[in-house]
Design a protein. Sequence first.
Length: 95
Amino acid sequence: MFPEPLLNPEKYAKIIKKYYGEENLIVIFIDAADEIRQRRAMRRGSFDKFEWYRRLKDDNKKFKDFGCDYKIMNNKTQTELEYKVCDILRKEDLI
């Protein structure tokens, strides 16, 4: 039904907004510092340095000018991320 979001995130966000109506959703971009992302990837196992740098370069290109309603830097814990998302949802009167 929808294209793969990571192949073209900007296009995906536009399609989803058009489908559901821009007034019915918000786009939250969750990012982390490259060093944090690398450490997390290494902990998942089967880390490939070449593939890591290829994906990092590709992600930086894809998300450079990504249009979103909110951006969260996720450099700490999952719990902190959840609090930040909940803060946004409260601000938008969604919870």
